[in-house]
Write a protein that binds this ligand. Structure first.
Ligand SMILES: O=C(O)CCC(=O)C(=O)O
Length: 281
């Protein structure tokens, strides 16, 4: 499966794209199992509240929640590395970057009923667009209507206006938002400049979404935040993830060892853009 030129045009125009049924059912099952095991281990050792060792935890009422896991591959999660190498994903991201795609980060968002997680309007990053930079959300659970699903402001990725300016127009009903519901196994790709947000879950138990960001090799090499050795590590990660689908064990052993060093070089990414001005009355 790869995406058509019409899908690419839709992505460029609206700023997001939904790929239905993109994750095979067996992988989905393995990912959920792998997460359940990890969650159990993390909850046993968690400190509430805050972000400690890349795990964000929250204490609400009498419940403890894991809400986000950054540097996802630093945990024992080979199935999630396999997800990165998913052929349909790889073909899609290569089409979008028009060449070699570099996976920039990997993180898992978990929204639960009762955790009251409200993610405000933001852009993942504000940049001068020369090539596509996008965030890929891979859904392990359904994301239902009015159940904390992703909301986006279509076309906002093309605007040079600030998040404050755009959300002000949205509050005044001058521009509309759209809710992007998804089924488990779907992939939702959004341009990092697209304004998006999500509300808390009120009925559904949980929604787990893996987020990967991709950029072109040319952009990554020209970006002063990324060193040549860091890019090489990221390329090796991507090759390893792809090899997990081609069953070539001899070449993967060494790559697996190198994976342990993946997060040793700390990288500073561009900041996300939020609006901190008070809302309109
Ligand atoms: O999936 C969502 O609800 C949005 C997540 C998001 O925007 C973020 O993690 O920055």
């Amino acid at each position: 499966m790869t995406i058509s030129s019409k899908q690419v045009a839709t992505f460029d125009e609206r700023g997001y794209l939904v790929l239905k049924n993109a994750i095979p059912t067996s992988l989905l099952r393995d990912l959920r199992q792998s997460y359940d095991t990890l969650q159990q281990q993390l909850l046993e050792n968690a400190q509430f509240d805050g972000l400690v060792n890349n795990v964000a935890t929250l204490h609400q009422g009498d419940q403890n929640f894991i809400t986000r896991i950054n540097n996802l591959f630093s945990f024992d999660t080979p199935t999630f590395v396999q997800l990165l190498g998913l052929p349909a994903l790889q073909q899609t991201v290569q089409t979008l970057v028009e060449g070699e795609a570099i996976p920039i980060y990997e993180s898992l968002l978990i929204k639960h009923k009762g955790d009251n997680q409200n993610i405000n309007w933001h852009r993942d990053m504000n940049y001068q667009r020369e090539s596509r930079i996008f965030t890929v959300g891979l859904y392990l659970d359904d994301s239902k209507h009015q159940q904390g699903a992703l909301q986006v402001i279509p076309h906002s990725h093309l605007s040079s206006d600030s998040v404050c300016e755009i959300t002000r127009r949205w509050q005044q009903n001058d521009i509309a938002s759209t809710e992007v519901t998804a089924k488990a196994g779907d992939i939702v790709i959004h341009d990092v400049m697209l304004l998006h947000r999500s509300s808390p879950l009120t009925e559904q138990t949980q929604r787990r979404t893996v987020y990967f960001e991709f950029r072109s090799l040319a952009h990554s090499q020209a970006n002063p935040l990324f060193s040549a050795s860091w890019i090489q590590q990221r390329q090796a990660l991507n090759r390893y993830a792809c090899q997990l689908w081609s069953h070539s064990p001899t070449s993967t052993i060494d790559s697996k060892r190198k994976l342990q060093d993946l997060y040793k070089q700390q990288v500073r990414y561009e900041s996300a853009e939020y609006c901190f001005a008070p809302p309109l009355d």
